[in-house]
Ligand binder design. Sequence first.
Ligand SMILES: Cc1cc2nc3c(=O)[nH]c(=O)nc-3n(C[C@H](O)[C@H](O)[C@H](O)COP(=O)(O)O)c2cc1C
Length: 421
Amino acid sequence: MLDPRSAHKLQLIYASLNKGTDIATMTAAQLIGLGIQFSIALMVLGVALGGGGRPCQLRPETRSRRRPETSPCWPHSPAARLPGMQRNGPVRGSVIDRRLSVAPMMDWTDRHCRYFLRQFSPRVLLYTEMIVAQAIVRGDRRHLLEFDPAEHPVALQLGGAEPTTLEEAAAIGASFGYDEINLNVGCPSDRVQQATFGACLMARPRLVADCVRAMRAAVSVPVTVKCRIGIDDHDDWPFLRGFVAAVAEAGCEVVIVHARKAILRGLTPKENREVPPLMYERAWRVKREFPALAVVVNGGLRTVPQVAEQLAHVDGVMLGREAYHNPYLLPALHRAVYGDAFETPAADAIVGRMRSYAERESARGTPLRSITRHMLGLFHAQVGARAWRHALSEGVNRAGASPALLAGALRAALAAQPASR
Ligand SMILES: Cc1cc2nc3c(=O)[nH]c(=O)nc-3n(C[C@H](O)[C@H](O)[C@H](O)COP(=O)(O)O)c2cc1C
């Protein structure tokens, strides 16, 4: 049994490997410390597994569902908003609108970040950061998985490569009410490779298919896969086609394609999000050749016109870094894509709601910083941005900092804006 602290530590280690700083910028001492921590966590995991994973039996193939022929994108199911659905999540067959989503980002898209981003669009699909399946099964699942009902629609991303563990983690995730279970086949970090999951799994499509079958058998919500267009020298169309065919046949209904390959040796995770060239045409080709699959494209998208262009070719667009740093892009996208009457929420309304949230969370012992650190981009590219960031980051370090800090930081930001004086 992996005790909660070890499971949590394992999750933190994966998180540190994906931070913007990346290994390349860490000091030698930090690296050694990280290596030791990781070895300990892997040892604990190995013991917990009783000597490692066991191969999975192939299960009978499950049917893949065709998306409706009529709509270019899936409408949001009203059924998903029924009270009972909040608790148990929608069943397979109900549909999730995938036109817009915010990417899984380790150490970034935790539940506080998702609650904040939800303020900018009631419909965009949010993903958790990757959570290691083993940690869910053997660790403190409540700590890892709980979320606020306001986050719906929300998908859980799992990291793992062992079908039975993924099956169990998926079932636990669905029981917490996640609307979708996603498998990470795109993370290139060294440590994830050592645990043989993430992007390196693209070279093992049959294993990924086994994982998808196992997860599908365990849950009624959609099971999806996030991958790259290739890895290392396996970067041609036949390789990607073979991978997609395998997971689609196993019952994966949605493939999210980060439209650049991963280079598994020599690049940091950060470089792997920037150096390999973007090839959106590959994702478009997946859609053309697998029309029954919902295809979501990801990577380097930052503006409404860029997103609109993608939606002419695929079912959905996933944004990562830009949505995090510039959350006001979300209401602009929301209006452009969904075309409903959603009005851009004013900064003071968002701050007011986040203050109430921070008060509730403080009462449960959540450090204020865990919430405010995701809010630094509220005034992105606006006058007042620096005053906002400064007031938040300085204020949160002061003794006795309380959620009222948010109101003070808002005043500082607005005071810097000439029009509001
Ligand atoms: C800090 C950070 C952490 C990330 N963690 C994950 C992760 O846990 N799982 C995953 O599939 N991708 C992860 N990614 C990759 C993103 O999901 C996305 O594929 C990538 O950032 C490209 O999209 P973008 O250009 O819109 O940011 C991470 C990206 C960043 C910046």
